[in-house]
Each structure stands twice: as C-alpha cells, then as structure tokens.
Design a protein around this ligand. Structure first.
Ligand code: AN7
Length: 352
C-alpha cells in the first residue's frame, strides 16, 4: 500500500515497535514543510526559512507523533487506561488516540488556563477531564503520583515512547530537504520536543542519512522561562498557555541538546510572540497557535540582532494549529466591521 499510514509505518526501523505491536494511528505526520519567502523578506532574513506546520496533524499538534507510539505500546502492554497532565494539546491527542484504541483516558488540566478548542477536543473524544485548581506543574506532579499508585499508563513525555515518536519530525525535515537545516528553531515548554528533534537528527546522522547536524534553538516565553533563568518558576505566566510550564520534565536533555549542537535556549516576550503569530499568518497564510510562534519570534529576535551571516537554512517548528485558540486571535486583531445590507456602505469601506 502506498498511501500515508502514519509515522510508525513509515519509520518503523527507528521506533521501538515489532510485529506484535498493534499500531494505533490516525495517520499523523507527513506535515507540510512550507518555504516561507514572504516571512523572510518581512523580517530581513537573508537565507531560507522553512516552517514545519505541525498544526496539520490529526488533533492539530505535534503531540500526535508521540501519542501514536505511546498508545500503541500501552495497548501492546495490555494497559486499559491512560492519564496525562496537559496545557491542552497532550490531552487532546491522548484522548483521541485512546478513543481509537478503546482505552479510557483521564486528563488533568490547569483550571482556566487551557485554550477552549483543546478542552473541547478532550471532551468530545470522551476523556474524563479533571480541572486542577493549580498550574501544569501541579497537575503533572499528581499524574506522576497516580502512575505509581494505580494501573494507568502515563502518556506525558515522562513516557519515553512519546519522545521516540516525536523525533520523526526531524526525519521528515531531513527527508524533505535532503539534509538537516543549519538551525532548528522550536518552542520549549516541558522540553520534550527539543529533546526529541535532537535525538531524531542524531539518529539520522548516525545511519548516514544526513551528514550535518543543526544547531538547536529553543524558545521559552519570558514569564515561563525556567531553563533560561536556571531555576523553576513557581507561578509561570504567558499568553502562550501551551508553554506555561515552570518546571519542565526534560530540562536536562534539552540543555544537552543545546550544548551538544552548539545552539542556545532563550526567551521571547508575549509581545514578541504575538507579533510573530500575526506576521506568520498574514505573510504566509499559516495560522499557528501563540506558543508555536515562539519559534518564529526567536528567529525574528536573532535576525534583528544581526546573529546570522546570510545564506543559512532554518526550520521553525510550528507546533500547533491556531484554530485551537481563536480567542487569542480575536483579542489581538481588529474587530470585523458591521454594516447594514447596503452595497454603497460596503463599497465605502473597501479601498483598493
Ligand atoms: C503548541 O500539551 O506540554 O517543550 O501539555 O502544546 O515538548 O513541552 C504542550 C506543549 C509547544 C512545548 N507548542 O513542547 C501539553 C504541553 C505547543 C504545545 C509546546 C507545547 P514541549
């Protein structure tokens, strides 16, 4: 069969699966790598920008790559239920893949701090949703305790199968470009994805699929930047709720990715994130969520600082779909004009 059947079918030899693993897939992966010449021109970047649009995965974020592996392995191990803490996307993905697998799903969300689209996904896929009066870090702590107490599989990136699946994003980029980019820009929350991409690039390098490695460039939101600051943040804040995380689980592997690759991890402000969010949509026709725009915001920041020599190839991972959080788009953009049903009145507001 030649049609796309998801990342496990495509990249089996790199994944911890065998003939007995039941493959639970929603045909995730194979997402567009969009050449962003308009964005490059707009920000004065003198090289090639490619946007890896992970918002086009089945539940609208990169989490589906890790979840297909985590849920397949949970089924293989005979598990009946999964649990996760989430800023929204992990819960949407866990709920969907659990539904496909016939498993029960329990998701713990920070109350009032999850975009409505993501919450609606968890609910409609049939997960038991528990809103915690606390933040993501509180919810993850509880999930890890419950994982010790009850026969339920944790599908946060505490689960190594998540990282395994997510590394396929790097494979797809290399397959598309025929090489690794010079720089890979990526938002950082719980720091699993930067860890996963670096693992993917290194594995492709080891088997000779590529002969270069990118510098890993991770971006946290200023109010939620524990790795940049060097200590956990008790009460993280940012408009990019997906990365509102004060004590990332994959802190050390993320630092290792940055150090081994010669990259960096830095922070961008909410204003910089929103600017990048709007610019990506208005120049490239790609609506990502605010957290995803942290990667583009980081690229804009470094471009303005004169960081690049010119001629570099960079990839920005756009981790999630903007439709998950339409409230933010409506808050930061101009309100639609309301008019009576009158041709002249409408003509009056159209300037060509
Ligand atoms: C759109 O869903 O942590 O650094 O619980 O949803 O691998 O955590 C989401 C994270 C970036 C950060 N962009 O990735 C969750 C969750 C989007 C995200 C990140 C997330 P990691």
């Amino acid at each position: 069969m030649s049609y796309w059947r998801g990342i496990i079918h495509k990249y089996k030899e790199f994944l911890p699966v065998n003939e007995k693993t039941p493959i639970i897939t929603l045909c995730e992966g194979n997402t567009p790598l969009v050449y962003a010449e308009n964005l490059a021109r707009a920000i004065g970047f003198k090289g090639g920008i490619f946007l890896k649009y992970e918002g086009l995965n089945p539940t609208g974020s990169f989490k589906d790559r890790g979840m297909t592996v985590a849920i397949s392995k949970a089924v293989e191990a005979g598990k009946r239920a999964v649990i996760c803490a989430s800023t929204g996307n992990t819960s949407a993905s866990a709920a969907a893949y659990a539904a496909k697998a016939g498993l029960r799903a329990f998701v713990l969300l920070p109350k009032g701090a999850v975009a409505l689209g993501k919450l609606s996904q968890a609910v409609i896929y049939g997960a038991k949703v528990i809103a915690i009066q606390g933040n993501f870090d509180d919810a993850l702590y509880i999930v890890r305790k419950i994982g010790e107490l009850m026969p339920v599989e944790i599908v946060n990136s505490v689960n190594p199968y998540r990282i395994e699946g997510q590394k396929t994003g790097a494979f797809e980029i290399c397959d598309a470009l025929g090489k690794a980019p010079d720089y890979h820009f990526i938002p950082v929350g719980n720091a699993g994805n930067i860890t996963a991409y670096w693992k993917g690039y290194k594995e492709y390098y080891q088997v000779g699929k590529i002969d270069n490695l990118p510098k890993m460039m991770g971006w946290q939101a200023e109010g939620s930047a524990p790795i940049v600051k060097g200590y956990p943040i008790k009460n993280p804040q940012t408009i990019a709720t997906a990365i509102r995380i004060g004590n990332p689980y994959s802190w050390q592997p993320a630092l290792q990715a940055v150090h081994e690759s010669g990259g960096l991890i830095d922070a961008v402000s909410d204003d910089e994130i929103l600017y990048a969010y709007k610019l990506t949509a208005s120049t490239e026709g790609i609506f990502c969520e605010p957290a995803s725009a942290a990667s583009v915001a980081g690229l804009i920041k470094l471009t303005r600082e004169g960081f690049f020599k010119g001629g570099e190839t960079v990839v920005c991972t756009l981790t999630g779909n903007g439709l998950k959080d339409p409230d933010t788009a409506m808050r930061v953009c101009e309100e639609p004009i309301t008019l009576p049903p009158d041709v002249d009145k409408v003509v009056g507001v159209i300037s060509l």
